[in-house]
Design a protein around this ligand. Structure first.
Ligand SMILES: *[C@@H]1O[C@H](CO)[C@@H](O)[C@H](O)[C@H]1NC(C)=O
Ligand SMILES: *[C@@H]1O[C@H](CO)[C@@H](O)[C@H](O)[C@H]1NC(C)=O
Ligand SMILES: *[C@@H]1O[C@H](CO)[C@@H](O)[C@H](O)[C@H]1NC(C)=O
Ligand SMILES: *[C@@H]1O[C@H](CO)[C@@H](O)[C@H](O)[C@H]1NC(C)=O
Length: 257
């Protein structure tokens, strides 16, 4: 066992143990669908954290679902679009699909999809972190706010629909030719320079690209690439979060020419 592995194992074991010893308080997530269409929210825990709300469900336009997570939960949220679970053979979503299942049950989704990444800690002295990431690409705008609302704890949605400004080489289109998602340059080209790997594995070496700048302009509050700076990471420790798909202005942005 090498050094990194043992540190990682130690970390996982101690967080599990900590979870057992300290019967912590829960955090509430309100998942809101403000899109004018059905969205299938999905949730995947990081290693060592439990699956919550079965990992996925359907959420009609205008609805809110309340779910609970342990106060030390780590994981991600995203939205799936264009799902059809009616035939068991070809049940799949056009974006964010998790192996064709309605309940993702711990599995992550197929990129590109806008990701809300959450790392919660208990206690006022230990802040919780969260961000919205386009590092794997974009499918829907998402906002994150706390309840009660605090402007310091807010991650805004986008000022433009990324799907509308997505260059052809990054586009994901459906059968009718509509752009339904936009890959990140890392996902599309899988090269070290866009993925901040290899000799580009540092903030000094991995600079914004023409593609990440396009994401940043559309969604200034999100991570547009791995070493985005100033880092759009928010640190707040509320008891409740509101995660909204297609927050305010979305319809206007989408339909105006
Ligand atoms: C805390 O959340 C878990 C799911 O993550 C749930 O099973 C449990 O009932 C919740 N506890 C309370 C007190 O709400
Ligand atoms: C969910 O995943 C767990 C752990 O992998 C497994 O034991 C369980 O059977 C799965 N549930 C469903 C409904 O697939
Ligand atoms: C995006 O919109 C917000 C208001 O919703 C505004 O404060 C901000 O300056 C805009 N950012 C850009 C880059 O247009
Ligand atoms: C393609 O996407 C557009 C926009 O989301 C949607 O209106 C249309 O119904 C989709 N077409 C198919 C075949 O799913």
């Amino acid at each position: 066992m090498n050094h990194t592995t043992s540190i990682l194992l130690g970390f996982i074991l101690s967080s599990l143990l900590f979870g057992f010893l300290v019967q912590g308080k829960n955090v509430t997530f309100y998942i809101r669908n403000s899109c004018p269409f059905l969205v299938w929210p999905a949730i995947a825990p990081n290693v060592g954290h439990p699956v919550i709300a079965d990992g996925g469900f359907s959420l009609p336009s205008g609805d809110v679902k309340r779910i609970q997570a342990p106060g030390t939960w780590n994981g991600r949220f995203w939205g799936r679009t264009g799902c059809d679970f009616s035939s068991s053979s070809s049940s799949t979503c056009q974006t964010g699909d998790c192996q064709g299942q309605l309940a993702c049950n711990g599995t992550i989704g197929l990129p590109p999809a806008t990701l809300v990444e959450v790392s919660l800690q208990e206690g006022v002295d230990k802040p919780s972190f969260y961000d919205v990431s386009l590092v794997d690409g974009y499918n829907l705008p998402i906002s994150v706010r706390t309840r009660p609302t605090d402007p310091k704890c807010l991650i805004r949605g986008c000022n433009k629909s990324v799907n509308k400004v997505c260059p052809q080489e990054l586009q994901v289109v459906n059968k009718t030719g509509d752009v339904i998602a936009c890959k990140s340059a890392c996902l599309a080209f899988n090269s070290d320079i866009f993925c901040c790997r290899g000799s580009y594995k540092s903030p000094q070496k991995c600079k914004p690209s023409v593609y990440s700048k396009l994401f940043k302009e559309a969604c200034p509050s999100y991570f547009s690439y791995a070493f985005d700076a100033p880092t759009p990471l928010v640190s707040c420790s509320p008891k409740a979060f509101v995660i909204t798909f297609c927050p305010s202005k979305w319809s206007a942005l989408q339909y105006s020419k």
